[in-house]
Design a protein around this ligand. Sequence first.
Ligand code: ADP
Length: 246
Amino acid sequence: ELERRVAERTRELKERNEELEAFGYSLAHDLRAPLRAMQGFSQALLEDHSAQLDPTGRHYAELVSEGAQTMDRMILDLLNYSRVARTNLDNGPVDLAQTVSAATRQVKGDLAARRAHLTVDPALPAAVGHPATLVQVFANLIGNAVKFVPADRIPEVRVRAIQRNGTVRVWVEDNGIGIEPQFQQKIFGVFERLHGADEYSGTGIGLAIVRKAMEKMGGAVGVESTVGTGSRFWIELPRLEAPGAA
Ligand code: ADP
């Protein structure tokens, strides 16, 4: 009887959770329509009625337009986050070398713009996870490793793996600005950022996606960091056991 009630309660909770996630998803979609109106009409003010506005008025119209654009980016990022949160990932064997190289292609532009050096461990092992989602995870981590580096320093990014009993831990290391200890957990939250958008661009969702994705894969994520010297983010996945291994 107890078992039956636990199972029923679990199913109810799961359903309610799914409803809530679907609600958030459609809400985010609906929020984009009025935003487009704000963007469109502030743009129309600037383009067609600019002569009737004084400089302060034009400046305000620009701020409205920029604010609407920022919010639209945040909503798109939230949709992306909730897609990861809602999807049941079919975990299977992943070739980490291939995954990292696909992620690197995604952030190629950022690497080139900063003339960054990227070193990838040639012997990345196989693990268990969701390949496409892992590409996004690595693209976020490598993208950050290149971005959060002082402008006068060449980014040095290193990806390497260590295997432990049953798990693979992959490190993404940088020589960037580092993160103060009291913020090292906080940055994995939705929209949590430590800098203004004019200093370093972004919306603060990347690491929240990484954390959610790792949770979904039965893995984990963490960071070690020294302010001024650099950060080492790691993700951990179950190891792919060789066929026939005990
Ligand atoms: P975004 O990159 O859009 O700001 P993230 O969720 O990826 O969002 O990161 C959240 C915050 O964590 C960043 O704004 C930054 O303050 C900090 N952070 C992330 N990665 C690094 C890094 N490699 N070095 C220093 N700070 C970082």
